[in-house]
Design a protein around this ligand. Structure first.
Ligand code: 2HG
Ligand code: ZN
Length: 476
């Protein structure tokens, strides 16, 4: 555990009293939990970087209950942490001290689906994968796909503005969330549940909630635009001899596949090696290459699909951008090949103590920092791994160590964040800041911008009870 009560100063919130517990137990019979087992798992994040000390977890079933919880906490000065599927990578969804955990897990109902427009209305606790299955039966897709789809919740995903694998095709959640409902710090319910595609009446308040990681309100329901489901999906798994080949493959995919391009991901040899050794997956192509690219394309006609992907494959091979590869045109094989990319984080987690960076820079330079880090820290690092969302310029630079090393961690931060700031990049492209990266905000945002964020936060949550110690740096 890197972060916890011993590394941060607790802010002067009230502490949970027996009267508070009695209030919650009366409001939420059998759903105000104080069992040590439940709390043990709710207090720690998936990566086990953050350890909280919360003594109570609440499981509201309705927005009215969330509102009453927040009203009580606001009046009492008790801090809260909204919690979704706990799949975040920056510790945004777990408490640091004794914050009251408000779990959204039981608010998991689909409220409405408009077949004609493809608009889904659902509660925040719905699991992403269940929503995918629900809309796919109706000929639509969720405009977002993440490796953690089996446990992440839509409310958490919206609150972090998570990116994922379909970003290149459908854009960010900001453009696909049509409306939402959120409970504000004092318990007021803010209803922004429009289903309209266009609405320029005043400030777009829902955008404030999207990506604010539960620091401005608790998202309770979401209205999501779901595009039509493609008929055919095919995939090319390609090996490249250098990063220039990776970039040329991206250009070829863009021009050759155009709007059919639905995902384009890359990873280096080091990632492929860990997927093979730690997860036992056999490589889909026999040779070993410094880089691999996964290109997915979709179409409304499956026959056409096969021809397009083959033509693309032949072209990149002929041009010498790609040295070898394989194509999948059946759903089963497409899924198998995706696993080599999707399971990289899981493989890295088995390699030791992991430090994660999630950077966005110009695509042509996105691998430079991996090489530079490898050269500079070679003798202090076990493995340096580069992979990510090629089409979006979003690099996941992961570092594995044999044992945690705080000095090295801080040297790495200086080097990698410094490089990113120099190139006007983002130090958190899609994972958010949470508690782990809040002090890095200054590398990507000006002090004026941060000061305005603070004023907004103070205005919307004057007592600072909503997910404290997250997003904004501590005021020293
Ligand atoms: C992915 O793209 C996720 O696989 C996780 O964003 C990245 O663990 C990571 O660094
Ligand atoms: Zn990612």
């Amino acid at each position: 555990v890197d972060i916890g009560a011993s590394t941060i100063t607790r802010l002067p919130f009230a502490t949970l009293e027996p009267e508070d517990i009695a209030f919650f137990q009366q409001l939420l019979p059998n759903r105000a939990l104080t069992d040590p087992d439940v709390l043990a798992s709710a207090n720690v994040d998936w990566l086990q970087n953050v350890q909280g000390l919360s003594q109570i977890l609440l499981r509201p079933q309705t927005v009215e209950e969330v509102s009453l919880i927040l009203r009580h906490c606001h009046l009492r000065g008790l801090a809260i942490t909204p919690q979704g599927g706990k799949t975040g990578l920056v510790g945004g969804g777990v408490p640091i001290f004794d914050e009251v955990i408000v779990s959204m897990a039981l608010m998991n109902h689909i409220i409405d689906f408009d077949d004609w427009q493809g608009v889904l209305v659902c509660e925040a606790g719905c699991i992403l994968e269940s929503l995918m299955q629900y809309v796919e039966k109706r000929g639509r897709v969720i405009p977002l796909d993440l490796g953690s789809k089996g446990s992440c919740q839509i409310g958490g995903v919206v609150s972090t503005n998570a990116g994922g694998l379909r970003f290149i095709r459908y854009g960010s959640l900001r453009s696909n969330v049509l409306g939402l409902q959120a409970v504000l710090a004092d318990g007021q319910v803010l209803d922004l549940m429009t289903q309209l595609r266009k609405d320029n009446t005043g400030y777009d308040l829902k955008q404030l909630m999207i990506g604010s990681e539960g620091t401005l309100g608790v998202v309770t329901s979401v209205t999501l635009l779901c595009p039509p489901m493609p008929v055919g999906v095919s995939l090319a798994y390609l090996g490249c001899t250098g990063f220039p080949g990776v970039l040329a493959t991206l250009c070829a995919a863009r021009s050759r596949l155009g709007e059919r391009l639905s995902a384009i991901e890359f990873f280096d040899h080091q990632c492929a090696h860990l997927v093979h050794t730690h997860l036992g997956l056999n490589p889909p192509i026999s040779g070993e290459f410094p880089f691999y690219v996964v290109v997915e394309m979709v179409d409304s006609d499956s026959h056409e699909d096969n021809e397009k992907i083959s033509a693309f494959f032949e072209e990149v091979m002929e041009e010498g951008h790609v040295a070898d590869g394989t194509i999948a045109t059946t759903p089963g094989k497409v899924k198998t090949l995706w696993a080599y990319r999707e399971r990289i984080p899981e493989a890295i987690l088995r390699d030791g103590h992991v430090i994660k960076y999630d950077i966005c820079v110009s695509i042509n330079m996105m691998y430079d920092i991996v090489t530079a880090t490898r050269q500079r820290f070679a003798d202090r690092i076990k493995n340096t791994l580069g992979y990510g969302h090629l089409g979006d310029g979003n690099l996941h630079l992961n570092i594995s160590l044999t044992t945690p090393d705080p000095t090295l961690h801080s040297d790495l931060n200086d080097f990698i964040y410094g490089w990113t700031a120099k190139h006007r990049g983002s130090v958190s492209a899609e994972h958010g800041l949470g508690v782990l990266k809040r002090h890095a905000i200054g590398y990507s945002k000006s002090s004026d911008a941060i000061a305005l964020m603070r004023r907004l936060k103070n205005m919307m949550d004057p007592k600072g009870i909503l997910n404290p110690y997250k997003v904004l740096p501590s005021e020293l």
